[in-house]
Design a protein around this ligand. Structure first.
Ligand code: MG
Length: 302
């Protein structure tokens, strides 16, 4: 349970009125429990108390995340935090990524931290794909925190070496698969270089609007399962427009972990090879997306 998502278990609370001004017919059909100062409603807890608790908890996590970030830098480890709903294809993408990285960057130390409430299924899949993995089970917890990642990192072979001999800019790569949840992991810094929000075309194309905190926190949105585009009603441009509305700087990538389409570009990104990154405007990026990426994919999808 965490105060961030309001999943406490006290007994009473009331919604804050939706919208300002005279109630419209629409307002009577919408209850907004996030309109208070804390932007979260926890039964039995005041808004001031919720803010204080969140600041304390996230502040403690931030100090540990900063320590992780320094620790990763000391080992020349680039760490990425993969977040999504359950079923968006995080583990499948990681398995495909490991295979491609072994061909593209043989010798690059690589490891995965897997977050799930229960089981070691995903860590077993990762190990079968050829990378070291530590499974973190969170029990009732709905996200990984910086302390969990620190404990997992110490158990990985990455931790045993400094990776100073590697010729590439990146000494080693650590991929963290967070618990499937588009809400809570948005606010928990793990010490990563960037959050990667993964969305699949079998989900709603308005998820960036429904879960804005996650897409605001992410540096990259990966749209997965594009091989299924001809079979689903997923509007790519609408999805990207929603994401850019909450985060004008978010990068966008389309791929299919199953077919391998788009995976080279994703691996380029992980390896720090990002043509055009930095310096160009959100509009430039959008034009580049459409010209260089969306159009061929849309043509292919028919
Ligand atoms: Mg998984």
């Amino acid at each position: 349970m965490c105060v961030v998502c309001g999943c406490g278990d006290a007994k009473r609370n009331m919604p804050v009125a939706a919208g300002a001004g005279p109630a419209s017919a629409d307002d009577t059909l919408r209850l907004d429990f996030g309109a208070g100062a804390a932007r979260v409603s926890v039964p039995g807890m005041s808004q001031a108390r919720a803010i204080k608790l969140e600041a304390d908890v996230l502040g403690a996590n931030q100090r540990l995340a900063d320590r992780n970030r320094a620790h990763f830098a000391a080992h020349r480890v680039s760490a990425y935090n993969l977040v999504s709903s359950p079923g968006a294809g995080k583990t499948s993408l990681l398995c495909a990524t490991i295979g491609l990285l072994q061909r593209r960057a043989p010798g690059l130390p690589l490891a995965v931290i897997e977050g799930d409430q229960q089981t070691s299924h995903d860590a077993e899949r990762i190990r079968a794909s050829g990378a070291a993995a530590v499974q973190v089970n969170t029990g009732k917890g709905c996200h990984l925190d910086a302390r969990m990642v620190a404990a997992a990192f110490e158990r990985l072979p990455l931790h045993a070496a400094a990776h100073h001999d590697a010729a590439s800019e990146i000494g080693a790569l650590l991929l963290i698969e967070n618990v499937g949840n588009l809400v809570c992991p948005a606010l928990w810094d793990l010490g990563e270089q960037a959050k990667v929000a993964i969305l699949s075309v079998t989900e709603g194309d308005d998820k960036p609007a429904k879960y804005p905190d996650m897409f605001a926190a992410a540096g990259l949105m990966v749209i997965n399962k594009i091989d299924l585009l001809p079979h689903v009603d997923f509007d790519l441009q609408r999805c990207i427009d929603f994401a850019r509305r909450v985060n004008p700087d978010i990068e966008v990538m389309l791929l299919s972990a199953r077919t391998g389409d788009g995976l080279e570009r994703w691996v380029d990104w992980l390896l720090g090879e990002r043509p055009g990154a930095g310096g160009d405007s959100p509009l430039d990026r959008r034009v580049r997306d459409v010209q260089a990426h969306l159009r061929p994919v849309l043509e292919k999808a028919g």
